[in-house]
Design a protein around this ligand. Structure first.
Ligand code: PHE
Length: 346
């Protein structure tokens, strides 16, 4: 075999050897076999010294050409093997995007918070703004400035948690009335104040030592009891249903005069009488009244110029009636089986 014949034979040999090879190690070995120090090209180069000048040139050029082609061939094969490996991997790791996802447990809005948010929406739509106050209050704001001096017998109505003689856990949201009046310095006011309150009650189905109120206060020239009634009737209709009626009964609160207790017609029996309304057809939901002149004066208002009303809604009361919950403790024990019932389906 001449050198040229040997050279021309190489591509065919390479072709044969590469058939069926599918891994990079084997490919590397074959490459060394053909292009390494002991390979056919090295051998031909070695034999060059025995050739004449013309033959040297001819063989030299042919060697370069074929060697380049073989190198390209190996490179091409390497790419093909790598592509095949990636392809195989992709197939194995294929993600089935049609599989149903794993639902992550998400929380919902607590029914009490939902009730507060509904109250806020409804009163904001009537032009009220939302005010807040601290849960740790002073005796002065929680009682004294609300016409309840120390030793006043009506303090017993609200068995209070005292922190010291001057500080307490607020037993009502009414101190926010006082705070807002002092801030507004005689100007008209239209606020609601939802928040937590505390009383030393023994917990049972209808009592909780912690509960929520939503106080309302409207002060301005010519505000009357009729305005109060309108604000409360609207609330009852929006929170329950449009056929609800309300009833005002005379009552007593030191900070309002006259004072009323407000009942809503029972939604279960439609007013005929059932066990929920204790056969009366009415359910008590809040206390209210016209702000007492003393209260106005103590916080810098002139009762001759500005009057108004205040109300204190029992938020749990509303939520219990709305969602038909028969035990107030359910709001506070955080049993997810109870809470899940109020979760909105997404
Ligand atoms: N703060 C009163 C209570 O907790 C309710 C109330 C508020 C009554 C405002 C009249 C006016 O019992």
């Amino acid at each position: 075999m001449t050198e040229l014949e040997k050279l021309n034979q190489i591509p065919e040999d390479v072709e044969k050897e590469l058939k069926g090879i599918d891994d990079l190690n084997q490919l590397q070995q074959k490459k060394a076999l053909f292009l390494g120090k002991k390979g056919p090209f090295a051998e031909i180069m070695n034999n060059m010294k025995n050739l004449g000048a013309d033959a040297k040139k001819e063989i030299g050029m042919a060697t370069n050409k074929i060697k380049q082609a073989i190198e390209a061939k190996f490179e091409e094969k390497r790419k093909a093997i790598e592509d095949a490996i990636i392809q195989k991997k992709l197939e194995q790791e294929k993600i089935d995007v049609t599989l149903p996802g794993v639902a992550l447990p998400v929380g919902g809005i607590h029914p009490l918070m939902q009730t507060v948010m509904d109250l806020e929406d409804l009163y904001i739509s009537m032009g009220y703004s939302v005010a807040e106050g601290p849960e740790i209050e002073t005796d002065e704001f929680c009682f004294e400035k609300l016409n309840l001096p120390k030793g006043h017998p009506a303090r017993d109505m609200q068995d209070t948690f005292y922190i010291n003689p001057e500080l307490l856990l607020r037993s009502q949201t009414s101190p926010v009335q006082v705070r807002t009046m002092l801030e507004k310095k005689g100007e008209p006011i239209k606020i609601i104040c939802p928040g937590k309150v505390y009383r030393r009650d023994a917990d049972d189905a209808t009592h909780s030592h912690q509960f929520m109120q939503c106080e309302g206060l409207v002060l301005g020239p010519n505000i009357t009891l009729a305005d109060l009634k309108g604000a409360l009737l609207e609330m009852a209709r929006k929170m329950f249903d449009k056929d609800r009626k309300i009833r005002l009964r005379p009552s007593f609160f030191p900070f309002t005069e006259p004072s009323v207790e407000v009942d809503v017609s029972c939604g279960i029996c439609g007013g005929k009488g059932c066990s929920t309304c204790k056969n009366s057809g009415w359910i008590e939901i809040l206390g209210a009244g016209m702000v007492n002149d003393n209260v106005l004066r103590m916080s810098g208002y002139d009762p001759k110029k500005i009057q108004g009303f205040a109300f204190g809604i029992g938020v749990e009361r509303i939520a219990m009636l709305k969602y038909k919950i028969d035990d107030i403790r359910n709001f506070y024990i955080n049993d997810v089986r109870f809470l899940n019932q109020f979760k909105e389906e997404k």
